[in-house]
Design a binder for this molecule. Structure first.
Ligand SMILES: O=C([O-])CC(=O)C(=O)O
Ligand SMILES: [Mg+2]
Length: 628
């Protein structure tokens, strides 16, 4: 285990000029004389592990600032200090009472969408309370602020709009972006999640409505990954939309023109990247829900220039690989047997191709295949037309040439997709036909299309496998390739099941329970972000994703694996992120991309754990004279 330096912590603690006189401001309570740049305005006392927040604002400006507000929890001394005496009800209520009230109100909301709106409002008025609530009820609330409900909220975003969050850069802002970035009120931004809304989950082009996705992802970055709420920035690049329904809707809030494409599009993104990195050169940028091939092109362009990754390509790949590795253990095999698997991946977009590349990287890293080509031969990929196969065998004297209709692809396969073409199998073969021929052990769905895993294909698969591994990974649940119930029913309860969005466990006819897993990148990106932030990694490397997968794959206990449970539950996402964050930090140091300073003697896992944000109220101090 690598150890981290005192510097990792102490470098971030700077003596505050004595002129600040915090002791005087706080009465006789001895708070700190240290500056903690985790937040540029926070001061922590290493001896007492206490933090105070010193700021220029007071009065309603504090009360109405969601990053500062405590609602009814300001104590009398603080009300006095901050000039909010009389502006809140008289009784000071601690956070536990506030939690009781917000949970009750939340439970009274009748639909998932109304819960979403309620939680967004809480987020907008008191972030500390929002994150406390979220962390205490993560399993329940992740399904609201994240998939599946965030999908519906994105579709309805222009109707439910209340208050702005994050930043929008639109086609009318060209030439202005490097000035605009200074409109953001915080000098320190650790993580940015950016989307152009072109492929929101499996829901397609939702234009500027895509903003709900970065907001939801960043909520998990804070709740699970321990990134500080004031250090996250959700962004939409509004380059137009091709969604006619939105364009026709008078309430739509995005630009009303078709999407920019080609050079216009790439130069727009380039201006944004330049603007962002000029103000925040060290920030981590997560590209999210960009359609294929833009997603890949942007990743190729920027991955070696800035600290960035693509969530759908790389962290979905990481968690899916983790799922397959854990399933090997669950089936009584070794993880090193990955290259003996026969995998069908339905979906050849950014997530499909990304997931398969991650599996191939792992096969190669395990050294059980002689060449990368051999690894490709283990994976069969289908797009919307069917198998990526050999068109020249199409009209041969096969048994049933009319069983499907060959259609020329609207866009030819690119090199990445072409690597999966199977020369000895007919192009555009259906899933059902392919399952019969290759007898897969693992079936992955990344199509965004409900029902692609037909009864026939799954029943056929389960004829040949004792425990068929079935992963319908598309989001939200309404777009999953099959439901958990279907998977268990069609495999007589033998499936090892994981989906992108949550499904409930299934009661089987024999009285046993078919265990479901959520195989979502929410297991991988929060820890990646934490590890990158703590190590101040300058690049996000491919081994970070492989190690993330290995870390998560080894978290379930043998008893859980026996039952078909592959990962810890969503309620344990913080623990998962701390493990992943530690490993990613180690990789950053091993590969020389960490810029934080290392010294012997300190345990990296503790540094990571201590760096993670906890939603607690800190004393607030008004100090007009201090120059931040
Ligand atoms: O957001 C999620 O739940 C997973 C994801 O990245 C996607 O489906 O695009
Ligand atoms: Mg995504």
């Amino acid at each position: 285990m690598l150890s981290a330096s005192k510097h990792l912590i102490s470098k971030t603690i700077v003596q505050v000029p004595p002129s600040l006189h915090l002791n005087r401001v706080l009465g006789n309570r001895l708070y700190s004389s240290y500056y903690n740049p985790n937040s540029q305005h926070e001061f922590s006392d290493p001896r007492q592990d206490k933090t105070v927040h010193v700021m220029h604002s007071r009065g309603v400006n504090v009360l109405h600032d969601p990053l500062l507000s405590k609602g009814t929890a300001f104590d009398l001394a603080e009300r006095e200090r901050l000039s909010i005496r009389g502006l809140v009800p008289p009784r000071c209520q601690a956070m536990d009472k506030q939690l009781l009230r917000v949970k009750r109100n939340l439970d009274a909301c009748e639909t998932p969408l109304s819960k979403f709106v309620f939680l967004a409002a809480l987020h907008d008025r008191n972030e500390t309370l929002y994150y406390k609530l979220l962390m205490e009820h993560l399993e329940e609330l992740a399904g609201i602020i994240y998939t599946p409900t965030v999908g519906l909220a994105s579709q309805m975003s222009h109707s439910i709009y209340r208050r702005s969050r994050g930043m929008y850069f639109s086609s009318q802002d060209r030439g202005q972006m490097s000035a605009m970035v200074y409109n953001w009120p915080h000098d320190k931004v650790d993580v940015i999640v950016v989307t152009d809304g072109s492929r929101v989950l499996g829901l397609g082009d939702l234009g500027a409505n895509g903003m709900q996705i970065p907001i939801g992802k960043l909520s998990l970055y804070v709740a699970a990954g321990g990134i500080r709420p004031r250090a996250v920035l959700p962004v939409v690049l509004d380059v137009g939309t091709n969604n006619q329904e939105l364009l026709n809707d008078p309430l739509y809030l995005g630009m009303s023109h078709p999407r920019l494409e080609g050079d216009d599009y790439y130069s727009f993104v380039d201006e944004w990247v330049t603007a962002i990195t000029s103000r925040w050169p060290d920030t981590l940028i997560q590209f999210e829900d960009f359609k294929y091939p833009h997603a890949y092109n942007l990743l190729s362009k920027y991955r070696n220039r800035i600290t960035c990754f693509n969530d759908d390509i790389q962290s979905t790949s990481s968690i899916t690989l983790a799922g397959i590795l854990a399933s090997l253990k669950s089936r009584g095999r070794s993880q090193e047997d990955l290259s003996k698997e026969t995998i069908i991946c339905v979906g050849a977009g950014s997530a499909g191709v990304g997931v398969c590349e991650g599996i191939i990287d792992c096969m190669v890293a395990q050294g059980r295949v002689k060449t990368r080509e051999e690894a490709y031969s283990r994976i069969y990929m289908l797009d919307q037309y069917g198998l990526l196969g050999n068109p020249t065998t199409l009209d041969d004297d096969d048994e049933n040439p009319c069983s499907y209709q060959y259609k020329p692809r609207s866009t030819p396969l690119d090199d990445r997709q072409h690597a999966y073409v199977k020369k000895d199998l007919r192009d555009q073969m259906t899933l059902e036909q392919l399952v019969k021929i290759v007898k897969p052990t693992v079936l992955l769905g990344l199509t965004g299309i409900r029902g692609v895993f037909s009864e026939e294909s799954i029943r056929e698969m389960s004829k040949h496998q004792e425990k068929p591994v079935i992963f319908p990974l598309s989001n939200p649940d309404t777009h999953a390739e099959c439901t958990a119930e279907e998977a268990f029913k069609w495999t007589d309860g033998r499936a090892i099941f994981a989906s992108g969005s949550p499904f409930k466990d299934v009661l089987l006819p024999n009285g046993k329970t078919g265990k479901t897993n959520q195989c979502n990148n929410s297991y991988s990106f929060p820890g990646l972000g934490l590890g990158i932030t703590v190590s101040r990694a300058s690049r996000v490397t491919q081994s970070m994703f492989l190690e993330t997968a290995r870390t998560i794959a080894n978290m379930a206990t043998p008893e859980q694996l026996k039952e078909g449970i592959l990962f810890p539950g969503v309620s344990q996402l913080r623990e998962v992120a701390l493990n992943v964050g530690t490993r990613v930090c180690e990789v950053a140091f091993e590969e020389g991309v960490a810029t934080a300073v290392l010294e012997k003697g300190e345990i990296l896992s503790e540094v990571v754990r201590n760096s993670a944000y906890q939603p607690e109220y800190v004393p607030l101090v008004y100090h007009p004279g201090y120059n931040f």
